[in-house]
Design a protein around this ligand. Structure first.
Ligand code: NAI
Length: 251
């Protein structure tokens, strides 16, 4: 059986991903700051925005890991430094700490967002951050290149996509481990309400008009599970939108 680590397992997309992976026979170890109500094969309570806590959690995880789904995230209504820590710096640290435990064919999936759409315009900046390894060095870099509160969620999803794309090929060539992003459109989860505050009611209403409806989290989970599976063994370094076609309507 595959051992798969899923973060953000106490709610929404992470919870549905863990459920589906277990149903398909994987051994799932969950990470979250909150205790999950679903049954798992293991759970480690951890604040994924705290580097020392991430190290402590890593020490409690199995020696062999076949998959990692980085789902935990906070909305852009949280303070900028928290968004940076949880949605980007902590995710990087956890992934790099676990990569040496992954055998050839293992997969990593990072949850981005269709709101992470502007990275090609700021590629140099995101690449510079991607090439600044380590949590503390990343934070120091961000102090020199401050990110505005209003767009911090989009900024760190952009940054996550660029980190994923630039890191995926060395990871694949050197270790045979694949890394991809899944970029959901709006999903019915507790953080959906925060998007009105982040984007303004007008943008959210316009999006709702273009969409049939937001996704249910069990419509995102199967895509994450697919990218972690052997069926996706030749897919690496992609950012896959799962948005009911919403992004295509901006063209
Ligand atoms: P959610 O709020 O239902 O779940 C997020 C989970 O992450 C929670 O269980 C929470 O406890 C955990 N978490 C947050 N901060 C943490 C920390 N510091 N340490 C440990 N765990 C922490 O939200 P949802 O929607 O399931 O979000 C999952 C991912 O999907 C996030 O990365 C989010 O940015 C992304 N996303 C969500 C969309 C939506 O419309 N809901 C749209 C696009 C992307």
């Amino acid at each position: 059986n595959k051992t798969i680590v899923v973060t953000g397992v106490a709610s929404g997309i992470g919870s549905d991903t863990a459920k589906l992976l277990r149903l398909r026979g994987a051994r799932v170890i969950g990470l979250d700051r909150n205790e999950p109500s679903l049954t798992l094969d293991g759970f480690v309570q951890v604040d994924l925005g705290e580097p020392a806590a991430i190290d402590a959690a890593v020490a409690r995880l199995p020696e062999r890991i076949d998959g990692l789904a980085n789902v935990a995230g906070v909305p852009g209504t949280a303070p900028v430094d928290l968004v940076a820590r949880v949605n980007y710096l902590g995710l990087r640290q956890l992934t790099l700490a676990l990569a040496p435990r992954m055998p050839e064919g293992a997969g990593v999936v990072n949850i981005a967002s269709i709101l992470g759409a502007e990275w090609p315009q700021r590629l140099d900046l995101h690449k510079a951050l991607a090439e600044t390894p380590g949590f503390a060095a990343g934070e120091a870099w961000l102090q020199r290149h401050p990110v505005p509160q209003a767009s911090c969620y989009q900024y760190f999803k952009d940054a996550l996509i660029v980190w994923t794309l630039t890191q995926s090929q060395p990871l694949f060539l050197q270790r045979g481990v694949r890394m991809n992003c899944v970029a959901p459109g709006p999903v019915f989860t507790p953080i959906l309400g925060d998007f009105v505050q982040m984007l303004g009611a007008e943008r959210v209403q316009a999006d709702q008009h273009r969409m049939k409806r937001p996704a249910y989290s069990d419509e995102i989970a199967p895509v994450v599970a697919f990218l972690l599976s052997d069926a996706a063994r030749w897919i690496s370094g992609v950012n896959l939108p799962v948005d009911g076609g919403l992004a295509s309507t901006y063209v």
